[in-house]
Design a protein around this ligand. Structure first.
Ligand code: GCU
Length: 344
């Protein structure tokens, strides 16, 4: 992975005009089109890729004389962590990163990684659509060189294992579970009793297959689109997190756009959000069906309360550590009241 990242970064560095690498890439004055590079770690079937392809078409239909959008799927430009760094420096213009990873770049993102933060899918969507909630977080990384321009649905994260069904936190004891590279996720895993094994998404399949890990946690698409359901036969709806994916853009590039161009890009970001969410619902239904019927994955529906209780101290601890999160946290709780979980 490292080698691939370096190779991709070097190839990009060789291909990009110096101005873009320096983070000041606006459309070329020489009349050449500027290439807008967007990286992500999903396959070309994934809702995220479909939405980015719609963005490419939209931008090129409106600003095609100046910009040529290129979407790089499947970690072609490196792991998410590596793509975030490429976006920070301006070697690429945009990438999709899980909110989990962004907490290592800005503490503000930690909030959305809290387990059981959102009571239901509706509360999650309403919160993420509310700029009073996302704005202070999305705009907080200018110093780190990037800005969040829209969010993407990544469903609900649940545990899945090769051969040990997880019906209660005690079933996680002694199991090595892959988590995303985020301190919050490592802490969550340790409170639930499992052994957290942080690694990049692209390495999970091989780690499962070779039994370096006993399981992982993710949405249903990981079973089918990433093949994890070929190895893991138990998927438990403990519903521990709803972690959005975030499209981040290089700040120097975004600032280089004229107000008219920025308005078109903003319309494009809204389009990504709309298309991705429409595709998400369809993709999850199809993934569940395929996992059940073709991969023969067993879906379990455990009582979520013991899982929730085990990690609930994380809420208070986080608010103590970041008192400035309180108004945003309260606004999310208001949506939780309005859209409670089906179980309550
Ligand atoms: C989901 C999410 C990705 C993330 C992955 C992971 O697929 O959409 O952004 O990289 O989970 O667990 O790493």
């Amino acid at each position: 992975m490292r080698k691939r990242f370096r190779a991709a970064a070097l190839a990009l560095a060789a291909a990009l005009p110096a101005g873009i690498l320096a983070g000041c890439g606006s459309a070329s004055e020489s009349g050449e089109k500027m290439i807008i590079r967007i990286g992500h770690n999903q396959s070309t079937n994934h809702p995220t890729h479909i939405a980015l392809a719609a963005f490419e078409e939209f931008i090129e239909s409106r600003l095609g004389d100046k910009y040529d959008v290129e979407v790089f799927p499947s970690e072609l430009l490196g792991s998410q962590n590596e793509m975030v760094q490429l976006t920070q420096t301006g070697a690429i213009n945009f990438c999709v990163a899980s909110n989990s990873l962004l907490e290592t770049f800005s503490q503000n993102y930690t909030l959305f990684n809290l387990p059981y933060l959102f009571a239901s899918g509706e509360a999650y969507h309403a919160s993420m659509d509310d700029e009073a909630i996302t704005g202070p977080i999305f705009k907080s990384t200018a110093q780190a060189g990037f800005e969040a321009v829209t969010w993407l649905d990544a469903g609900t994260r649940n545990f899945y294992t090769v051969d040990r069904p997880v019906s209660a936190p005690s079933d996680l004891k002694g199991l090595k579970i892959r988590v995303q590279q985020s301190p919050t996720n490592v802490q969550m895993m340790s409170l639930l009793g499992g052994s957290a094994t942080p690694m990049g998404f692209g390495d999970v399949y091989t780690a499962l297959q070779s039994r370096i890990i006993d399981g992982a946690e993710n949405n249903e698409l990981a079973l089918t689109d990433n093949g994890h359901g070929d190895v893991c036969k138990y998927y438990s709806y403990d519903m521990h997190q709803m972690i959005p994916d975030i499209l981040i853009g290089n700040i120097a590039f975004l600032d280089s756009l004229s107000p008219e161009e920025r308005a078109v890009f903003d319309e494009g970001f809204d389009l990504i959000n709309k298309v991705q969410r429409e595709q998400w619902t369809i993709a999850v239904d199809a993934a569940k069906k395929r996992a059940l019927e073709v991969q023969k994955v067993n879906f379990l529906y455990p009582d979520t309360k013991p899982f929730k209780d085990a990690v609930s101290p994380m809420h208070e601890a986080m608010l103590r550590q970041h008192p400035d999160f309180q108004p945003i946290y309260d606004a999310i709780q208001a949506y939780n009241q309005q859209y409670p979980s089906a179980e309550s």
